[in-house]
Design a protein around this ligand. Structure first.
Ligand code: FE2
Length: 302
């Protein structure tokens, strides 16, 4: 962060939703609803809104070319009027819209610098009305990772303007940022050759929940291309597979959490390399990307 004492224009409190364009909305809806157990809250001929729980949606599918992370929604602490003024004062073009779609009647839209992905800032979503808890449904949308042509300006934007905190960096190319107690809600990989989404991640309750879902994935012919393993940064137990459009989907559990920002370290866990353990820059070695061993080098290609 360019100035650690500066106040951000707004403070993001939660990753709310991610938008996908897909050539086959029905196929992707079947994957999310029929395989991952998300609830289909709203659908239209050219779109679908899916949720894991109380929020109206955490995944938005719209008809188009296969393209992930076409919009990212974040909840903020400020009221939208205050946020719009502060973002404008900071020199950003912000639009207040009431036509984004169901569940989010009042939205501030600003483009993410470097990618032009629209960021949707909201106070909260309308409730989904979903009350049931099917045994395999993920607990929540956890984080979204994306490529960026310029890492430092992206990190500054998220920290200085949106109130994210730095959690970890791998080498000089992969940054993890948090907006609440979870180790990361957004991560960015520097790349001169790739753009768009790197992966999106959904949280499972515990390893047993994750394993049971892996059996459902296998029964539906979805195979892992990495994991299970344990990452260094965040220490989440991870698995990766591809959705029907080829987007990389992570299912994870046991992500590091920071309950006390003043203390500045993650809640201690037996698998931590040091105690106490807080944000750091990791060397690029095998144990960093998977403490358990196997590495999928494609996942680090940038
Ligand atoms: Fe991840």
């Amino acid at each position: 962060m360019s100035n650690p004492d500066a106040q951000p224009a707004v403070r993001v409190s939660k990753l709310s939703y991610v938008g996908f364009e897909t050539p086959d909305v029905a196929r992707m809806t079947e994957y999310y609803h029929g395989v991952l157990d998300f609830e289909l809250v709203d659908s239209a001929p050219d779109g679908a809104f899916l949720t894991t729980g109380a929020d109206h949606h955490c995944v938005v599918l719209t008809q188009g070319e296969a393209k992930a992370r076409v919009a990212v929604g974040y909840e903020i602490w400020e009221d939208l009027g205050t946020a719009q003024q502060r973002l404008s004062d900071a020199g950003y073009e912000v639009e207040r819209r009431t036509d984004i779609g169901p569940g989010t009647p009042d939205v501030l839209v600003l483009d993410e610098p470097g990618t032009d992905v629209p960021l949707h800032l909201i106070t909260s979503q309308d409730p989904s009305g979903v009350r049931d808890t099917p045994p395999l449904r993920p607990t929540k949308l956890g984080h979204v990772a994306s490529f960026t042509p310029a890492l430092a300006p992206m990190q500054d934007f998220y920290q200085d303007l949106l109130g994210f905190r730095w959690s970890d960096t791998v080498g000089d190319f992969f940054v993890f940022l948090r907006c609440n107690a979870d180790h990361h809600a957004a991560n960015f990989m520097a790349s001169g050759k790739y753009q768009g989404m790197h992966h999106i991640a959904y949280e499972m309750r515990d390893p047993a929940h994750l394993i049971t879902m892996l059996d459902r994935l296998a029964a539906n012919d979805y195979r892992l291309h990495w994991g299970p393993g344990r990452h260094g940064p965040g220490h989440n137990l991870f698995t990766y597979h591809k959705d029907p459009d080829g987007n990389t989907i992570e299912l994870f559990t046991q992500l590091d959490v920071i309950h006390d920002e003043a203390k500045g370290y993650w809640e201690p866990r037996p698998w931590h390399e040091t105690t106490p353990m807080g944000p750091r820059t990791w060397e690029v070695d095998l144990a960093t990307v998977n403490a358990w061993g196997p590495v999928n080098h494609e996942m680090l290609d940038h």
